[in-house]
Design a protein around this ligand. Structure first.
Ligand SMILES: [Zn+2]
Length: 470
């Protein structure tokens, strides 16, 4: 299949120009002005932006949590992602305590096999790390294309690992081209706060937020950074939500530490006041870290502008309001943590970032595609529009408006956290490896056409500004 995309405004992390793109099979083979090459299909992209497909580096499809499972599986979740202009997700496989990471990876491959309509990769959540675990880490990095590992400082008794394990994993990852992603929140102190709140009869959803103060996020981020320095390893903080935590990242980067961090649309566009809604509504926004006071948003945008934050991912982990969120009707600590987002990320960030004048179009592409590709070992195969790169391309209409709603979204969840919000900037046609997956809101891709992508080993120090490389 040969495809020619005509007259589009090609926007990458660094370029912004009008040209045609010729795709032969799965990759881009030619970019130039007025290309006159015979193609099976011609897409007119006049007045449209042509951008690299979005990469969402943080999703949880079909993830078990608190006695239930996130509502999107690899089929519904990737269909929703594709509609929103995302062509690759990096999901989290979970090593259950006492089992091997290899078994966990097999299990997640089975969950995804034959289901995805876009490409996907895996991080590995490590919950314990005996000596044999280091061998598994090496195998994942060298042979299985899983080069990043997530550790939790939160959720004692379930996912939390101690500082010794964090140090061991970081040391190993640093030496072997892996990356440790950290859920940085002091879960031990948070547990005390949760218990105290429940004893005082405070059971409403808002107490989820009130028992997870930003100070405990900052403490986790600080600890992760300091341990990473001693372990001589880069570190990537997931879902950074607060100014307190950002400040630690900024200080570390200013010192030349290879510290990286992502934030998520919910922390940029939603805030604590959502928990104060009537009745049980606030449960829709129970996610970890929680939504913060609105004053944090401006700081996070500054972090995104100044590159102290490098990535916007979603932490997509939807639970239906009915039956799932309701598990915590009488006890906020039993509300499954997570919310939907994979479908709305590109439009939210374009609208809130570019349309509202906070970032330019290049930075929009960088935050949503190029930076995650570089940090997680997918670049230059993915994350840019270049000869030889996968033809993961979004024809994005910067002038089209849409109203976000659960009644029209494709995520398998009965509410949308941005219900009723009008956004400007819509993904119209989406190609994954040269194949049109979505065209004007219609799904053309089929389950199983999305492929598992092995990621390469990482050298994160190369991505620090040159003067800071030690
Ligand atoms: Zn997550």
């Amino acid at each position: 299949m040969k495809t020619l995309i005509k007259n589009g405004r090609i926007v990458t992390a660094v370029d912004d120009y009008v040209a045609d793109i010729f795709i032969d099979g799965e990759v881009i083979t030619t970019i130039g002005l007025d290309l006159d090459i015979k193609a099976d299909r011609i897409i007119d992209a006049k007045d449209r932006m042509v951008i690299p497909g979005g990469i969402d580096a943080h999703t949880h499809m079909a993830m078990p949590f608190g006695g239930t499972t996130s509502a999107d599986d690899f089929e519904t979740g990737t269909i929703a992602a594709a509609h929103g202009g995302t062509t690759t997700i990096i999901d989290f496989a979970i090593q259950a305590k006492g089992t091997s990471m290899i078994d966990a990876l097999d299990q997640w491959h089975r969950k995804a096999d034959g289901k995805a309509v876009i490409d996907y990769a895996f991080h590995m959540i490590v919950t314990d790390l005996p000596k044999t675990g280091l061998k598994d880490m090496k195998r994942l990095i060298d042979d299985e294309g899983v080069t990043s590992f997530k550790l939790f400082m939160a959720y004692p008794g379930v996912l939390l690992v101690d500082d010794g394990t964090i140090f061991r994993a970081m040391s190993f990852a640093g030496e072997h081209g892996g990356l440790i992603c950290m859920h940085a929140e002091n879960g031990v102190v948070i547990n005390e706060l949760v218990e105290r709140a429940l004893q005082e009869g405070k059971t409403a959803p808002k107490y989820h937020a009130l028992t997870r103060p930003a100070e405990m996020e900052a403490e986790g981020v600080n600890r992760a950074i300091e341990i990473s320095k001693v372990a001589n390893s880069p570190v990537y903080i997931v879902h950074l939500s607060s100014f307190h935590a950002l400040k630690r990242i900024k200080e570390a980067r200013d010192e030349g530490v290879a510290a990286f961090a992502e934030t998520c649309p919910q922390y940029l566009f939603l805030d604590y006041s959502h928990y104060e809604q009537e009745g049980f509504e606030g449960a829709k926004y129970v996610m970890t870290p929680p939504l913060r006071d609105k004053s944090h948003q401006k700081e996070l945008w500054t972090g995104l502008k100044m590159n102290d934050l490098q990535v916007i991912s979603t932490d997509h982990c939807p639970f239906c309001f009915k039956e799932q969120k309701e598990l915590g009707k009488n006890d906020f600590s039993k509300i499954p943590n997570g919310g939907p987002g994979v479908e709305n990320r590109m439009s939210l960030v374009y609208n809130g970032g570019v349309v509202q004048g906070r970032i330019n179009a290049n930075r929009f592409v960088e935050l949503t595609s190029t930076a995650p590709a570089k940090i997680f070992g997918l670049f230059p195969r993915k994350g840019t529009i270049a000869v030889g790169s996968d033809a993961d391309i979004v024809i994005f209409n910067p002038n089209k408006k849409m109203t976000i709603s659960a009644s029209t979204h494709h995520m398998n969840v009965d509410y949308n956290a941005y219900e009723g919000l009008e956004v400007k900037g819509v993904s119209e046609t989406v190609l994954c490896r040269g194949k049109v997956v979505v065209e004007n809101g219609k799904l053309l891709g089929k389950p199983g056409e999305g492929k598992f992508i092995k990621r390469s080993g990482l050298n994160l120090r190369q991505q620090m500004p040159q003067a800071l490389v030690q």
